[in-house]
Design a protein around this ligand. Structure first.
Ligand code: ATP
Length: 270
């Protein structure tokens, strides 16, 4: 059964009285990855926020259905969403520093997530925090636990955020422009880490990026969004090698300069 299923989802803005997402559909099974690409403002983040139950004020899911692990999310209470978030669907976004408390040590913050979401006692939560930092391949996790966010690099902070996001053993992880702010080498390491988590733990991924190369590296299926509408959707190889929509062709051309060419040569897609 699909872990996550979106059927014709519409996101409506009550202020402008417009639909900003016009019917997005996809299904995600364990260990699979779906990518959402499109330029800025195309509705990628709103789609993710709808899945996490954190749409901004005045925005609603006005049509279609979102099912998480077989459960229709329409009409979930705030409390039910809180229970689902982190534990079933979790997310990492761009700019990890803004999601961490600057005045608390990294280990304390991760242990807190574990304590609240998994109900572990303080000491066990602490041990688990170290294990999680190890799982995201941070060297010397004991030391990182004792550090404050400002002492870590952007790539390290994104690993910390991933550790926090997987702390409650979610089944689906949404990575929304999670590597966009990082330099190319660090970006590659984080993508590799996500691929590894997917393979080892069966974590399903929703990968959001304006960069097709990122999505191509991780995903089985791609949705191309433009102005809130899906213009093209299909297996990643098909979209890359045989794009049918003009907009997809444009995206591919634009992003070749960022390494899609190199990616194609390596033939990771096969
Ligand atoms: N909080 C908000 N208030 C008003 N409009 C919003 C809000 N969030 C998003 N929008 C609008 O909804 C549309 C889709 O935005 P969304 O953030 O989903 O795009 P995106 O594809 O994720 O873009 P980006 O890559 O820039 O994050 C845009 O027109 C945006 O201006």
């Amino acid at each position: 059964m699909a872990l996550l299923s979106l059927r014709d989802v519409r996101v409506h803005d009550g202020v402008s009285r417009r639909d900003l997402v016009h019917g997005v559909s996809f299904e995600l099974s364990p260990g699979k990855a779906v990518g959402i690409v499109g330029e800025s403002g195309s509705g990628k983040t709103l789609t993710c926020r709808a899945v996490l139950g954190i749409l901004p004020e005045h925005f609603t899911v006005a049509g279609g259905a979102i099912e998480i692990d077989g459960r229709d999310t329409a009409g979930l209470s705030g409390k039910e969403w809180t229970a689902l978030r982190g534990a079933t669907v979790s997310a990492v976004f761009q700019d990890p520093a803004s999601y961490l408390n600057p005045s608390l040590k990294v280990g304390t913050q991760i242990a807190e997530v574990v304590r609240v979401k998994k109900g572990l006692a303080r000491r066990a939560a602490r041990r688990r925090a170290v294990e999680l930092l190890e799982a995201v391949r941070l060297r010397d996790p004991e030391r990182v636990c004792q550090q404050y966010p400002h002492e870590l690099s952007g790539g390290m902070l994104q690993r910390v955020l991933i550790a926090a996001a997987i702390a409650a053993d979610p089944r689906v992880l949404i990575a929304d422009e999670a590597t966009t702010a990082l330099d190319v080498t660090v970006q590659a390491e984080i993508l590799d880490l996500l691929a590894d988590l997917r393979e080892r733990t069966g974590l399903a991924l929703v990968v959001v990026s304006h960069d097709l190369a990122v999505v191509a590296q991780l995903c089985d299926e791609v949705l191309v969004l433009r102005a809130g509408e899906t213009v093209e959707q299909g297996p990643v190889e098909r979209i890359l090698y045989d794009p049918r929509h003009e907009y997809t062709k444009l995206l591919i051309e634009e992003h070749e300069q960022y390494g899609l060419d190199r990616f194609k040569e390596l033939d990771h897609v096969a």
